[in-house]
Design a protein around this ligand. Structure first.
Ligand code: GLU
Length: 604
């Protein structure tokens, strides 16, 4: 076996970051020189990887990254940094994640070498029944109290801090509090997303989106005659959010799950102006974060570990990689062969995912069988030079409950955070309130939005023939997810890559593609993000239209034609990932952030 190319997380003494990839200074100098010589070229210059010596945090927002960076610099662990990052994200990127939502985290302990996962997925209330969404379209269900699951994020913050933190809990809310009280600038992205939803309303007074007066006042001009989205650059203050952070800071997660805030959450759900929901204070008091074994798959000598059920993330990413391992992807990340093979592996993985994956506390999922080597070899053997059309699920070894495939449903929103600290601990966490602005209701006195995660359940409980669908609604069950927080290790088990993305069910493809871009095509984390996306969720083959200044430019028409010649039904459009990558190299860390969103890398 060849010697590992990457060492254990570098100690400060062994750092020689200038050896490996261009560092931050080199990048800045290069960019300046380029700007002076060729202004047009500089305008098109793509984001460059950032190199640091010993710690790094990548999030979807510069203020959140800065909060995490500060915690790392002052001796905090990756767990501490996550708490600070989450407190800020819920304020400055409120449409994507927050205290009213849930998350999945993969944690790697740099000292013991152990890896574990935390399931902080929202749970259905105890009174939920399988006909919860019967007769409802997605929009009606989304914009209602029925879609709100019991939040998991505040408890995750507390649990990972207790297990892996070093700094006092109280210190981790400094940035969140300062920004909530002192104000921060509304981003273009948030403002645009508010406007996008408002455009679906009939009028300012007759509105489904931002039906809740608290959210309406906070995000829009707030009158019955002028309800435009607040413009980017508006100074936002959120006193209620500051109060909630103080409650968390002083009383811990208990302050959230019991007492007046819990009452306020339950009431907001039960008095929803569209369709009231049924979450109670007892549901909140009973919430639990579950620590689960990671689900891991070998890929060309690397071990790729992620979140098992109720997420389909690690299983689907693992199946895609396990199938691709049977092929040579060539040397062009956008070559027709690579794109074709990736699409076929995606089809096969999604066929299995849609049939088998759900919360394993309720249904039996053939987790090991789905990643069984011989089984994946048999799946890979189904791939030819032509598009296979709709893939059927296979029969993996192992036990599973009788189940019918879940019809396709809508998913989007969310944020991904990747962190490595000076001890070599790593956090990969995907955090969500499901759709843009969750279910649209801001908890009065809470300053945060509620999630609509329960729309990730199958709306139908059974197939036409009565066979139950694994991911049907059941009391206290967690809905299936696509979130794929991932940590990859090299052949000697050393930490190598932290990755993950938002993007609904496209998360699986974004994450798997980031891995092959690093492993198969040798790209650095930023290049891996800058490559335009392509994927197939067992439907059409989706290609990302290039974005000037953000993604590589490429001849999308030529690729489309080449795929069509192989029988693909191709669509071209926006594939808006939010990848956050940290790679451990011999002498430091290399990070990449997604400029399709507001991603930012920090550290030193
Ligand atoms: N709710 C989705 C899931 O858990 C994530 C939504 C998104 O990323 O946009 O898979």
């Amino acid at each position: 076996m060849p010697a590992p190319s990457r060492s254990r997380h570098p100690s400060a003494a062994s750092v020689r970051w200038w050896d490996r990839r261009p560092g931050r200074l080199a990048v800045v100098v290069l960019a300046l020189l380029t700007a002076m010589a060729t202004p047009a070229l500089a305008q098109d210059a793509l984001p460059q990887a950032v190199t640091t010596e010993r710690e790094m945090v990548v999030t979807a927002n510069p203020l959140a990254t800065a909060a995490g960076e500060k915690v790392l610099r002052t001796g905090g662990t990756a767990a501490d940094a996550y708490v600070a990052v989450q407190a800020v994200l819920g304020l400055v990127e409120p449409q994507s994640s927050g205290l009213g939502g849930g998350a999945f985290m993969v944690w790697h302990d740099g000292t013991s070498g152990e890896t574990t996962t935390y399931d902080a997925r929202e749970k259905a209330p105890m009174s939920a029944t399988e006909d919860r969404f019967a007769g409802l379209g997605f929009v009606q269900a989304w914009q209602s109290g029925l879609s709100a699951g019991v939040p998991g994020t505040p408890m995750l913050m507390e649990e990972v801090h207790e297990a892996h933190g070093r700094l006092p809990w109280q210190r981790l809310f400094t940035d969140g509090l300062r920004l909530a009280q002192g104000g921060f600038e509304l981003t273009q992205r948030t403002s645009d997303q508010v406007a996008g939803l408002l455009a679906n309303n009939t009028s300012c007074s007759d509105r489904l989106y931002f039906r809740d007066p608290v959210a309406f006042d906070y995000f829009t001009n707030g009158s019955e005659t002028d309800c435009a989205a607040k413009p980017a650059g508006t100074t936002m203050r959120n006193k209620d959010y500051a109060d909630t952070l103080k409650l968390l800071r002083n009383d811990g997660a208990d302050g959230f799950y019991t007492g007046h805030l819990a009452e306020s959450i339950a009431e907001a759900v039960q008095t929803d102006p569209n369709i009231p929901g049924d979450m109670t204070t007892a549901d909140l008091a009973a919430y639990d974060v579950v620590e689960r074994e990671p689900v891991c798959e070998d890929y060309r000598g690397h071990e790729v570990c992620g979140m098992g059920p109720p997420s389909s993330g690690a299983l689907a990413v693992g199946q895609i990689l396990g199938i691709l391992e049977h092929f040579d992807l060539g040397d062009d990340p956008l070559g027709v062969e690579a794109v074709h093979l990736f699409s076929q592996a995606g089809r096969l993985a999604f066929a299995d995912r849609n049939l088998y994956v759900a919360d394993t506390d309720f249904v039996t999922v053939p987790v090991e069988g789905m990643l069984d080597e011989a089984y994946l070899a048999s799946r890979a053997a189904l791939i030819t030079d032509m598009d296979m059309g709709t893939a059927l699920p296979g029969t993996p070894p192992g036990e599973f409950d009788p189940t019918a495939p879940q019809p396709a449903s809508t998913e989007n929103g969310t944020s991904h955070v990747s962190i490595v600290d000076r001890w070599g601990n790593a956090v990969s966490v995907t955090t969500t309130i499901e759709s843009s602005f969750g279910n649209g209701v801001m908890v009065p006195d809470g300053g945060f939005l509620l999630n609509n995660e329960l729309t990730d359940f199958s709306f139908a409980a059974t197939a036409a023939d009565g066979t139950p669908i694994a991911n049907r609604v059941e009391p206290e069950k967690r809905p299936r997810s696509s979130m794929s927080p991932t940590i990859m290790f090299d052949e000697s088990g050393e930490l190598e890559l932290v990755t993950g993305s938002p993007g609904g069910s496209r998360i699986i493809g974004y994450t798997a593609q980031s891995i092959i871009n690093v492993v198969d095509f040798g790209l650095d984390p930023q290049e891996a993000i800058n490559v335009p996306h392509h994927q197939n969720r067992n439907g059409s083959t989706e290609l990302e239209a290039p974005i000037p200044g953000v993604t590589w430019d490429y001849d999308v028409d030529a690729l489309r034609a080449a795929l069509q010649a192989r029988g693909h039904n191709v669509t071209v459009g926006s594939l808006e990932s939010g990848l956050s990558l940290v790679e451990v190299v011999d002498d430091g860390l290399v990070g990449g952030a997604d400029h399709r969103r507001d991603g930012a890398v920090g550290g030193r």
